[in-house]
Design a protein. Structure first.
Length: 366
């Protein structure tokens, strides 16, 4: 009788310990396997030389190592690299690696598509299919690490991971936090929690659970200084308005005196980029542990907005800096291969939109 084999990539240390305990094996095998999978990046059980041949055969009867299918692999003129990865069911997601000196940031997806319908994001136009599993989320890191360390290329390290690809991470909280466990585990990728960032449009009920489970860095897609404007740009604001969002942000970092929340702000010509917007934003964030990342809008086909010009962005930044706020301008990377912020689209099959989904009604999917 055949059984459905479990994908080992989807198990964090606790999950692997349970897996081996159920087999009657010692729990220390979990750390060994986690290290082989993620530290060494193996895709073959037979490569796990400190595990007996008989145990490897037993594992193979119940489990497998299955990374995503790489559909395409493109490198931009600035070194940014984008992979299109095929998920079960035929949908594609996109994962982007951004090298910058000794820093290598991997931007990963948490859902197939997105249901939040932010009006400046091309992913929203693809609709929403489903949440990614833990194996599919961590599989992006696993695949990127393997492809970045090919014999015929100069090795590049993944030093940071950001959940800024397709989807709203906090509507897939359980799979996202299990994947983060593997990223932080010394037997996995050994990343500092400050080097893993979860970006959210503001699913407030999930903030506390994220902080208690894996208190990683938090980024919030703000994009407007008033509820009236943010309601238009980020429809989720109608459920969780700015005052509630900022209160939740302050609570999230309350126990970390030096930690700040990053507020992402897409610069849209004539929409949210005027000096009056900057002054309102400065007043809004004056008592919030904040740093602001201004993002030049990255156009996509039939986009309803245009990018603010450089002079306008610099003027906006200066107003915020003068008000005492740490403010940076994100350098556009990978736009010649549609890998820049807001440009990730993948291929969602079938095309669906679930504006009134169970996750949104409940506020969080765990």
């Amino acid at each position: 009788m055949s059984i459905n084999r479990i994908n080992l990539l989807g198990l964090n240390l606790k999950g692997l310990e349970t897996f081996f305990a159920d087999m009657g094996e010692k729990r220390f095998r979990a750390a060994q396997v986690l290290q082989w999978l993620h530290h060494f990046g193996v895709d073959d059980l037979n490569a796990m030389t400190n595990i007996s041949k008989s145990l490897r055969a037993t594992i193979a009867e119940q489990a497998m190592i299955a990374g995503p299918e790489v559909v395409s692999d493109h490198t931009a003129s600035d070194g940014t690299r984008k992979w299109v990865l095929r998920m079960a069911g035929g949908s594609d997601i996109e994962t982007v690696f951004i090298p910058d000196g000794n820093r290598g940031t991997l931007c990963i997806s948490s859902q197939v598509g997105c249901q939040l319908n932010c009006t400046f994001c091309s992913t929203a136009r693809q609709g929403f299919n489903r949440n990614l599993s833990t194996a599919e989320i961590i599989g992006q890191v696993w695949t990127a690490r393997r492809l970045l360390d090919q014999p015929d290329t100069r090795p590049q390290a993944v030093t940071n991971v950001v959940f800024m690809g397709m989807g709203e991470p906090l509507l897939n909280l359980s799979a996202v936090t299990d994947a983060i466990d593997i990223m932080l585990d010394d037997h996995g990728y050994g990343l500092s929690r400050r080097r893993v960032t979860v970006s959210t449009a503001g699913v407030i009920p999930a903030f506390a659970a994220l902080r208690e489970r894996v208190p990683v860095s938090l980024a919030v897609s703000l994009h407007a200084p008033t509820d009236e404007l943010r309601n238009q740009l980020v429809p989720l604001n109608r459920k969780y308005p700015i005052a509630q969002l900022l209160a939740a942000c302050k609570t999230y970092v309350a126990e970390e005196s030096r930690q700040k929340v990053t507020f992402e702000y897409a610069m849209l010509r004539g929409i949210n980029d005027q000096p009056s917007h900057a002054r309102t934003l400065a007043k809004l964030l004056q008592k919030v542990p904040a740093k602001i990342n201004l993002i030049p809008f990255n156009p996509f086909p039939d986009a309803p907005y245009q990018r603010s010009d450089d002079e306008t962005i610099l003027r906006f930044q200066q107003i915020l800096i003068t008000a005492g706020l740490i403010t940076t301008i994100r350098r556009t990377r990978g736009d010649d291969i549609d890998a820049a912020c807001g440009q990730l689209v993948g291929k969602v099959v079938p095309r669906q939109r679930r504006h009134n989904s169970l996750e949104l009604r409940q506020g969080v999917h765990a």
